[in-house]
Design a protein around this ligand. Sequence first.
Ligand code: NAP
Length: 313
Amino acid sequence: MSAENLIIIGSGPAGLTAALYAARADLSPLVFEGVKAGGQLMITTDVENYPGFPDGILGPELMEKFRKQAERFGARLLPSDVTRVDFSERPFGVWVGADEYRAHTVIVATGATAKWLGIPGEERLTGRGVSACATCDGFFFRNRELVVVGGGDSAMEEALFLTKFASRVTVVHRRDEFRASAIMARRVLEHDKIDVIWNTEVTAIHGAESVDSVTLTDTLTGAETNFPTNGVFVAIGHQPNTALFEGQLKLDLKGYVVLAGDGTTATGIPGVFAAGDVADSRYRQAVSAAGTGCMAAIDAGHVLAHHTAEVSG
Ligand code: NAP
């Protein structure tokens, strides 16, 4: 089996920017987009902070542009989920089920996924009033009352988006101040369709066929109240998609890929690079993910140039 120059795992801003740069460097990268291609921007509404789009752009539309741009220069995109990797030998092994691929370099750009609360009723009522994606499910809640859990930018974004449909949105946050950026927090606090309940957790979700109420627990007093609502949107952050790399790459306590720390996207394994949210618990922005995707492609290019020089010389 002949080995690929470069396999990129993931197709959010990091993976597709890596694909664009690698394709333009004539590396003909193979990208495993995953079944849920496009990453977190696919479940985002207006992206207002991606430079170059002064009027904002919808997340899925932005990702379609990333995709087209990478394909234009010859990146090959496959809509499959990688099921196993082996970085212990070279060329590295990458599997999709029984199909085996080999590559001289790999860029890991599998991103992160929304977290759930893990409370009674949440799993049972998911898709029946419980959601982690306002863009996907907000439409079903026209003139309904909704709860949004969380105090970060995601929660603010979800709450603001849901006001397009819902009659009332209540943000429930466990502390007495938001973690979100000042501008997003202000929009929420000033919105006449949004209420905020501070120092409170949603500790159970109720309903027979669909959500009809939640239990709210005061984090200061422990007092419980029943709060009627038609839906619960959970927006409490993300966890890195690194289960695939356990035992293969060094991961930190939260599961993020640990970079070599030399200012590049190198991991502990020469020839394997990581870009985007999978290795970034701090910035987690589309533009920073795209930036590290670019860096990873350049880093992989250097390794490949060295490899080619060794093979031919
Ligand atoms: P985040 O900043 O980590 O915020 C998570 C929020 O959920 C926090 O307020 C946290 O409370 C709360 N939380 C966590 N676990 C909880 C639990 N078990 N029960 C109740 N509440 C819980 O995550 P994020 O909002 O997804 O944002 C992630 C990154 O993406 C941030 O850097 C953000 O700026 C960025 N982002 C930007 C935009 C935008 O600019 N348009 C949109 C979305 C996200 P505590 O505050 O008490 O920890």
